[in-house]
Design a protein around this ligand. Structure first.
Ligand code: CFM
Length: 530
């Protein structure tokens, strides 16, 4: 029996029918197979996903440090989302509000009689106390159900206080996961903020934005440091350590780099249509991948000074870590790993594990779409269902005053064949035959893959971390880095190697006996049927 079949074996017929298309065992090295993704989870299965509000408020808007983001809803939603993502920011102008939790604390009577008044009051109070240039409103489930008009409140706030105010109807139920919230946040930022500034292009400076970099563990700072060393002007990191004031002028960039494709590909595409900015898929996790990305950026600009400096910085950064990396590589080569993350890191981290000689045997995502697995070419074939149709698709058009092309289109086409320009090839192309990929993985499947593959280390998130540890397998969180990091570029790769080495070689694992070694842990079928 193939491992994939073993994983599905305990499911009752109805659950089996659903889950079988979410689990793929690759038949050939790097050859994509179709997977089902971005669909509703099976009720009753313990999955790791978050809600639409989490994706909008927590993930994409969360790190914007000069914005007061008010959770319009019961306090539980606001409190739970407070500080759960490692948003790190430095604010030179002193406007750093990400340590605060702002909520309208909706009570039963507000739900019955409507919460718009309370929301207005909250905005007034926030403006008085904090003087933000921008307020954002994020709705949670009850708000959509009672029908508060948060867009009208935002318009009221704009004229009353002369500030920017953007409302996001990102109620938790609006999509099947946080992925819907990414999309809603992208739409709002694009409609109201990106390009609303009046900065003019910095000619000759090679100005770039890094999209889909959320500065977890300081990754965004480390990547910016390396890019600045080469001579690029890093305009905005979206949205890690980002700001409202900064992204207003993000339209003057010469090139957008895309790290996390899942959460921000909408903005990348819309900025291309509206302002002409090309985007390049990069990956600064992993030494080989960092080098590839830096060289591809240099190829795009085709400036001999930048090209030479790129090689110089690569050589220098690499030399600084080569000795220690050699030690870790020797210790880690031949180990195996499992990786489960949200929607982009499983692919990125496989590259870094490859650098260390660690083979990824099982991987998966919580909420990726088919393009993250199979590559962007499948996008036209993705069937929309009622859940996906729920999310507004906005169309933008060319901004005649701000639109500019950095390289001529002939060269663009030429480059497109060589580098990942407006392209994402997906994770399957970098995975080996026999490896298992699980979409929207649940706790049962996590335990089962651990039992079957017994990886030497399992990279995952907080919800499954302790299940993994109790099975006697070291775990490192790839969402928060367990308060370590940065893990990006060269120095970051070294930090990651050190943390992984320490986790695997900790003597504790030998003292734990996994439950399945002595008893049968599961009887019967999963799914409530006989
Ligand atoms: Fe993108 Fe992210 Fe991720 Fe994501 Fe996330 Fe995250 Fe993640 Mo946690 S934006 S898809 S919604 S890379 S919070 S910084 S680590 S699940 S793989």
């Amino acid at each position: 029996m193939q491992e994939r079949d073993k994983l599905l074996d305990k499911y009752a017929a109805k659950v089996f029918k659903n889950r079988k298309d979410h689990i793929v065992q690759l038949e050939q090295d790097g050859v994509p197979q179709e997977i089902t993704a971005n669909s509703r989870s099976v009720p009753g299965l313990m999955v790791n996903r978050g809600c639409c509000y989490a994706g909008c408020k927590g993930v994409v808007l969360g790190p914007l440090h000069d914005v007061v983001t008010i959770t319009h809803g019961p306090i539980g939603c606001g409190f739970y989302s407070w500080g759960t993502r490692r948003n790190k920011a430095k604010a030179e102008d002193g406007r750093n509000f990400i340590q605060y939790c702002f909520s309208t604390d909706m009570q039963e009577s507000d739900i019955v009689f409507g919460g718009e008044k309370k929301l207005k009051q909250a905005i007034e109070e926030a403006v008085e106390l904090f003087h933000p240039a921008c307020v954002m409103i994020c709705s949670t489930c009850p708000i959509g159900l009672i029908g508060d008009d948060i867009q009208a409140v935002a318009d009221w706030a704009k004229t009353t206080f002369d500030i920017q105010c953007v409302a996001f109807s990102c109620e938790g139920y609006r999509g099947v996961s946080q992925s819907a919230g990414h999309h809603i946040a992208n739409n709002g930022l694009m409609k109201h903020i990106i390009g609303s500034g009046d900065a003019v292009p910095h000619y000759g400076k090679h100005t770039i934005n890094i999209l889909g970099e959320y500065n977890i563990g300081g990754d965004g700072w480390e990547t910016s440091r390396v890019l600045k060393r080469i001579g690029y002007e890093v305009l905005n990191v979206f949205t890690g350590d980002g700001s409202y004031e900064g992204i207003k002028d993000s339209h003057i960039a010469d090139l957008n780099l895309v790290m996390c494709h899942r959460s921000i590909n909408y903005i990348a595409e819309m900025m291309k249509t509206k302002f002409g900015i090309d985007w390049l898929k990069v990956n600064f996790i992993g030494i080989e991948e960092t080098i590839r990305s830096l060289r591809e950026i240099a190829m795009y600009f085709d400036d001999p000074i930048i090209t030479a400096k790129t090689e110089e910085v690569i050589a220098d950064e690499y030399a600084a870590i080569a000795g220690d990396m050699g030690f870790y590589k020797e210790k880690l080569t031949g180990k195996t790993a499992g990786i489960f993350t949200g929607g982009s890191r499983t692919h990125h981290y496989q590259a870094l594990l490859n650098d260390l000689g660690i083979k990824t045997v099982i991987g998966g995502y919580e909420f990726a779409h088919r393009d993250e697995y199979e590559g962007r070419e499948v996008i036209p074939n993705i069937k929309l269902d009622a859940d996906n149709k729920n999310i507004e698709e906005i169309t933008v058009s060319k901004d005649e005053a701000k639109y500019r092309l950095i390289i001529d289109r002939e060269r663009f086409e030429e480059l497109k064949d060589k580098i990942e320009l407006e392209e994402y090839k997906g994770m399957f192309r970098d995975m080996g035959a026999g490896t298992i990929t699980v979409d929207d993985f649940n706790h049962y499947e996590t335990e089962k893959v651990i039992e079957m593959f017994k990886p030497d280390i399992f990279y995952s998130g907080i919800k499954d971390k302790y299940v993994i540890l109790k099975a006697g397998i070291p775990s490192r969180q790839l969402h928060s880095y367990d308060y370590s990091g940065p893990y990006s570029c060269f120095q970051g790769a070294l930090n990651f190697a050190r943390d992984s080495y320490m986790a695997i070689y900790a003597p504790a694992w030998g003292l734990i006996s996994a439950p399945w070694k002595t008893t049968s842990t599961l009887m019967g079928k999963i799914g409530g049927e006989k």
